[in-house]
Structure formats: C-alpha cells, structure tokens
Write a protein that binds this ligand. Structure first.
Ligand code: ADP
Length: 285
C-alpha cells in the first residue's frame, strides 16, 4: 500500500489510503503520499486505531442516549393519547401517575448525563482537603429517605475527623452517594447497608457493603460502562439510569483513584471508592 501511494504521489498527485488490519488486535493505518520538491515523494504512515475506536464509542453512546430517552418519551406519548380518550376518573388517575413516573425517569437520565459530562468536561478535579466524615454524612443524607422507604437499614461507621481526602467534595459526594443508592436499591427490606472508611496514609478507601442480590462474576467487568445493567427489568423497576457507576468510575479516575468491587451473587456486594489521602494524614483505621 505504501508503494502504491508513493507511485501515485510520484505521478504528481496526493494520495491517501486507509488500511484496516483485521488483527488481532485490529488496527487502522492511514498512508498518505505527496510529491515534494525535486521530484521526491514522501509517505506518511499514521496509526488511526485510537481515533477510530473513539469514534465508535461516541457513535455508540449517542445511539444509547437516543434509545434511553426514546423509551420514556414514547411511553409518554402513548399514555397521553390514552388519556385524551378516557372518561373514567380512576383510569385517568392511573394514567396520569404513570405519566409522572415516565417523566421522572426521563428527567433522571438527563440529570445523570449532565452530571457525567460535567465531570468529564470539568477537566482536573479541584484538589482540596475534604473530611471523609463529612463526605459520608452528606452522601448518606441524600439517600436516607430511599432507605426508609425500602426498609433497608443504613449504618455508618464514623471515620474520625482527621481522615481527609484530597479532591473535589461535590464529585466525591456524588460518587459515594451513587454507591450507597445502589446498595439500597439492590437490597431487600430488612437488609443492612454499611458505609465505612479506612486509610493506609496514601489513599482513603470509602467502602459501601450491602447484603443484597449481588452481581454475577461475568458482569463485574462491565457494570461501570455507561448504560450497562445486569438486569434491565430490575434496574427499571428501581428507577435506575444505568449511569451511576459510570459517574463513580469517572470521579475515581479524575482523582487518580480507583473503584473496586467484590460481590457474591445472592449474598451481597462491596464497592470501594479509593481516593488519594490529603497529605499529613495520620494513619488510622
Ligand atoms: P443503575 O442505574 O441501573 O443502577 P448503575 O450504573 O448504577 O446503573 O449500575 C449498573 C448495574 O450494576 C445495575 O443495573 C445493577 O445491575 C448493578 N449493580 C450496581 N450496584 C449494585 C449493587 N450494590 N448490588 C447489585 N447490583 C448492583
């Protein structure tokens, strides 16, 4: 291909050829040839693999968003149509409630998408010392009503006020909040969700343990992808957008941290959000 491009270029024309190598791993190479001074020609060989991959990711993402929003909006149209023809008060009431539910679902997906893009586009996270106790308190406060409604017992192990992380408080609260919310959503009534933290002086591990349904091993690698759900029906029933864990992973990466999961189906899951500790931190557990 390089020879072909060079031959065309020697004929005085610019030439370009894309070569898709099947692999594995698959690669995309672009060869460009151009005549330069004195009758010489140059060929430029570029590896476009990463660009092609990112294009595919972007296209996929847009297709996913469209699908995720089309579902509730489509449902709204059908419900509204039914409502227009209805005279029975009880049916009208039921249809309206269903419409509220679908609107909330679409709104939630949009909120999560905005949060995700804020975190993605926001560049580097703010780096300030944030007390872990406050992060946990704030994250847990947001989901207390949900826990009460679902009859899940929320327990917080206070980390002590000297434990601090280095980062953006809003982002970390959002990430931890998502983990606690999931723990509650995927647990049955009467089960325990425990939030705790420990540090080795370098990092702080914020841990959310539940006794819920657990996650099959084969899905563990994929749950952090946008819109990936283990059980669509279950996620839909609990009002999930499929974006929560993508947000958590982004926050972790933004901070030079990590998110880890261990889970046993039918027994429960533990998610660990690891964020660098603020310097000068006393080691404590
Ligand atoms: P969702 O909005 O569906 O909860 P997430 O991105 O937060 O989306 O989570 C992705 C999937 O991972 C969920 O659909 C669920 O199947 C699974 N999952 C997340 N957290 C838990 C948990 N604590 N226990 C069991 N399954 C979980």
């Amino acid at each position: 291909a390089v020879a072909g491009v060079l031959a065309s270029a020697a004929g005085g024309e610019r030439a370009e050829r894309r070569i898709d190598l099947i692999g594995p791993p698959p690669r995309t190479i672009v060869v460009r040839g151009a005549p330069v001074a004195d009758g010489a020609t140059v060929a430029i060989v570029e590896d476009h693999t990463e660009r092609v991959r990112l294009d595919a990711v972007r296209t996929d993402f847009v297709a996913n968003i469209s699908h995720e929003l089309k579902t509730p909006v489509g449902a709204l149209a059908v419900l509204a149509e039914a409502l227009a023809d209805e005279t029975e008060p009880e049916v009208i009431r039921r249809l309206s409630l269903k419409m509220v539910e679908e609107s909330i679902r679409a709104g939630r997906t949009i909120d999560d998408l905005l949060e995700l893009s804020r975190i993605e586009l926001g560049g580097e996270a703010i780096k300030e010392a944030v007390a872990v106790g406050l992060v946990i308190a704030e994250a847990v406060d947001r989901v207390r009503t949900l826990a009460d409604r679902r009859g899940v017992v929320l327990r917080v192990v206070e980390p002590g006020d000297r434990m601090k992380v280095l980062g953006d408080r809003r982002q970390i609260v959002s990430a931890l909040g998502n983990l606690v919310e999931n723990a509650i959503k995927y647990s049955e009534s009467g089960k325990l969700v425990e939030v705790s933290a420990s540090t080795d002086g370098l990092n702080v591990d914020m841990r959310v343990r539940d006794e819920g349904m657990g996650i099959p091993t084969r899905d563990l690698d994929r749950i952090f992808e946008r819109f990936y759900r283990v059980d669509r029906a279950r996620s839909r029933e609990t009002g999930g957008t499929g974006l929560g864990l993508a947000i958590v992973r982004h926050v972790a990466t933004n901070h030079g941290g990590d998110v880890l999961v261990s889970s046993v189906e039918g027994e429960g899951s533990t998610f660990t959000l690891r964020i660098p500790a603020a310097p000068g931190l006393a080691v404590a557990s």
